[in-house]
Every structure is written in structure tokens, then in C-alpha cells.
Write a protein that binds this ligand. Structure first.
Ligand SMILES: Cc1cc2nc3c(=O)[nH]c(=O)nc-3n(C[C@H](O)[C@H](O)[C@H](O)COP(=O)(O)OP(=O)(O)OC[C@H]3O[C@@H](n4cnc5c(N)ncnc54)[C@H](O)[C@@H]3O)c2cc1C
Length: 375
């Protein structure tokens, strides 16, 4: 087995959290090894709304120009039909923090990876096994190579491949997202650059015009409430769309074509308790979705991933220098953020009162009692 040589920290995961963490570790003067499989690159990625709060975090990482590049657009107009049959406009011009961005998500991630590649050594392999002894992590990669480090960052997304072996995994719900990218077929109509959220009896719809004029469309529901086999059944997908009011009208009026069935993604609220700590004298921290994956209603997953990644450089440097306090402060800050988010989420779902008997909304009642559907 080949040894990969010396690094202070290993980062597992090639998404936004992992790439940004490599940049932060480099800025903190640490040598990191980035374990990011090649499959992390390329293709469409769901989730393109970047909150305005991400801007100062990107600046802290020296990456402030990234979202201003061509291919992204300002998120000025958002409409929602939530708790009311009327469409309500939320215009970003009235927000002091300014508009967020609708990203070319794949392009944004590619730019982040390029910045990370300049900061770290990268192994394009999966982490296959991890063990810990005498204050060091021993990591074995799928290709047969191995390495040892003193601090480990789990940025492996919802899989949380290391964190879930070190901490308790928690879950609020089993929300699932059926996602598709719809081509724009009508050259006579200029599609409106807007985002639309619509609550319906069995869940809610999200639609956003992408910078390349396709529509990102997602239907959020519980696994037992979705039509069976939806990811292979175009007529069932089209029937589901027809069950919406504003979304289906937008598609028809603007000339978007639901021409293939959606892909399903886990989208529930899950988190680790705690999100960081030590094991046998070695330090670890989970960041991004590996630490806490939020219901996408918040549109804060990417921002939270960037926030945690930006912290991790100083946290790891302090820990390696013998000061455990920033690591413990990080774990507390994540726990406080999760509590805040869960309270806000209960409040937002509680605002929808039109479907009192529908299982989707009853399961999210703010009394904290959530019956988890299983298949
Ligand atoms: C339907 C949906 C819509 C969303 N919409 C938005 C939105 O509009 N705005 C927003 O801010 N957020 C949104 N989110 C959330 C956002 O996408 C996530 O919070 C964000 O992608 C988290 O980034 P991450 O790097 O932590 O995880 P990921 O992007 O999941 O990256 C994890 C990486 O780890 C790798 N990995 C896994 N196992 C291993 C292993 N054993 N070894 C090595 N690597 C491994 C994976 O290949 C992957 O590349 C949405 C999420 C969903 C599901």
C-alpha cells in the first residue's frame, strides 16, 4: 500500500464544503490532502439559489469575485403562494443586504474546485476506510493508497461517511425532492427571471429560471406521498405538475417543456450531535451537509457549507497548535444554528394552514411531533 506522505489535515468530499475548506486551510498555513473522487465533477447540480449572506463569507475566503462571473444572475424577484391562494411578491430591492444570486451551480462548483486545486494536494479517489490510534487518523483510499493525519474534516455531504461513525445522527423528516431541468421551447417569449414557491396539499413546488434560460423545477414531498416510480414515469410527473396552479401556468405561458421524468434527491433535515470533537487524541470536524443538512426551503445549504468551511482553517490550526477551544466553539455554533433553523422551519411550515388534514402538513406541525413515513 502506497503512503501519500505528510499532511496536517485531510478533507473528505469534493462538494462546496470540501473545496472551500481546502482554501481556508491553505490560508491558515496548513498542508491538506483533499480526498475528492472524480465523480464529484461535471453534470447538472440541483440547488442554485445562493443567499446574500454568502457574499461576505466568500470575501473572507478571498473568493469574492466568484459569483460575479458571467453565467450567474441576481435573484431579484421571488414569488410565493404559501399559506394563501394569492401570489405574494418578495422583491430583493427592498432588502438591505441586496439580492442573492441564481447560480450556474456546476460552473460555481468548478470554479471553487479550481481554487481548491491551487491550495492542496488532491486524490481523486473515495475514502474507503478510516481508523484512529495514538492521536492520528489512518485513511485508506479506494485505489489502495493510504495516509495518516492528525485532523480530519468530513465534507462528504449527507453520506457523512466519517461523522456518522463518531457522533449521533439525527433526523427530523424524510423530505424528498423530485428535480428536473426544463428546456425553454418558445423563442417568442422571454422567460421571466424569477423564483416561484407554491405550497400544495402533498408538499411544495420550487421553480427558478436559470441563467441559461432553463427552468430548475423541484417538487418536495414525503416518499409515501409521491406517485410510485415517479423517476421513470413522465406522464405521472406531468400529472403532478398539472396539480399545481402557478407553477403549471408559468410552464405553459413561458414555453417550458417537462420532457423527462425527474430525479429524486434526499432533502430532509438531518444533523450530527456533536458536529466536531476528538477521538483517541485525534481531532475531527464535520462541515456542510455532513454536519447539518437542512430542508432546502431555507435556501441556505450552500451558505452554511461556506460558513463552516471558512471557520475550519482557524479551528484546525488552533487544535494542531494545542488549543482545543475553537473546535469546541465550532461544535457549539453548529448546534445553536441547528436549533435556530429547526425553530424557524417549524414556524414557516406552521404558516400554511390551508391543508389541515393533509399528512405532509400534519407531520410538520410545530408541536414537534413528526411521524416519519417509511417504505
Ligand atoms: C433538492 C435540493 C435543492 C437545494 N437547493 C439549494 C439552494 O437553492 N440553495 C442552497 O444554498 N442550498 C440548496 N440545497 C442544499 C445544498 O445543495 C447543499 O447544502 C450543499 O450541496 C452542501 O454541500 P456539501 O459540500 O456539504 O455536500 P455535497 O455537495 O453533497 O458534496 C459532498 C461530496 O462528498 C463526496 N463523498 C461522499 N462520500 C465520499 C467518500 N467516501 N470519499 C470521498 N468523497 C465522498 C461526494 O461525492 C460529494 O462530492 C439544496 C439541496 C437539495 C437536495
Amino acid at each position: 500500500m502506497t503512503d501519500l506522505g505528510l499532511a496536517d489535515v485531510a478533507v473528505v468530499g469534493g462538494g462546496i464544503a470540501g473545496a472551500a475548506a481546502c482554501v481556508a486551510l491553505h490560508r491558515a498555513g496548513l498542508r491538506s490532502l483533499w480526498i475528492a473522487p472524480a465523480s464529484a465533477s461535471g453534470g447538472d447540480r440541483v440547488g442554485e439559489s445562493l443567499a446574500p449572506a454568502a457574499r461576505p463569507i466568500l470575501a473572507e475566503l478571498g473568493l469574492d469575485g466568484l459569483t460575479e462571473r458571467p453565467g450567474h444572475r441576481p435573484a431579484n424577484a421571488a414569488f410565493s403562494a404559501w399559506g394563501t391562494d394569492r401570489l405574494v411578491e418578495r422583491n430583493a430591492i427592498v432588502h438591505l443586504e441586496g439580492p442573492g444570486r441564481v447560480l450556474d451551480r456546476a460552473g460555481f462548483e468548478a470554479d471553487l474546485r479550481a481554487a481548491a486545486d491551487g491550495s492542496t494536494g488532491r486524490c481523486r479517489e473515495q475514502l474507503a476506510a478510516v481508523s484512529c490510534a495514538d492521536g492520528r487518523w489512518r485513511l485508506e483510499l479506494a485505489g489502495g493508497r493510504s495516509t495518516t493525519v492528525r485532523f480530519l474534516v468530513d465534507a462528504s455531504g449527507r453520506a457523512s461517511v466519517v461523522g456518522r461513525t463518531l457522533a449521533t445522527s439525527r433526523r427530523d423528516d424524510r423530505l424528498v425532492a423530485a428535480c428536473a431541468f426544463l428546456p425553454h421551447r418558445d423563442p417568442k417569449v422571454e422567460p421571466t427571471p424569477a423564483t416561484l414557491i407554491e405550497a400544495v396539499e402533498d408538499g411544495w413546488w420550487y421553480a427558478a429560471l436559470l441563467p441559461d434560460r432553463r427552468l430548475s423545477l423541484a417538487y418536495f414531498s414525503d416518499p409515501d406521498l409521491l406517485p410510485r416510480g415517479l423517476s421513470r414515469d413522465l406522464p405521472a410527473w406531468q400529472t403532478s405538475i398539472a396539480g399545481s396552479t402557478y407553477v403549471s401556468h408559468w410552464l405553459a405561458d413561458a414555453g417550458f417543456d417537462a420532457d423527462r421524468p425527474p430525479r429524486l434527491h434526499s432533502a430532509g433535515t438531518t444533523w450530527l450531535e456533536p458536529a466536531a470533537g476528538t477521538r483517541d487524541g485525534a481531532g475531527w470536524a464535520a462541515i456542510g451537509d455532513a454536519a447539518a443538512a437542512f430542508d432546502p426551503l431555507s435556501s441556505h445549504g450552500m451558505t452554511t457549507a461556506l460558513w463552516a468551511a471558512a471557520r475550519i482553517g482557524k479551528v484546525a490550526a488552533a487544535w494542531l497548535g494545542g488549543d482545543p477551544e475553537p473546535l469546541s466553539a465550532y461544535a457549539h455554533a453548529v448546534a445553536a444554528g441547528i436549533s435556530r433553523f429547526r425553530a424557524q422551519r417549524a414556524e414557516v411550515y406552521g404558516r400554511e394552514q390551508r391543508f389541515p388534514d393533509a399528512p405532509f402538513w400534519r407531520r410538520r406541525k410545530p408541536d414537534g411531533v413528526t411521524a416519519l413515513p417509511r417504505r
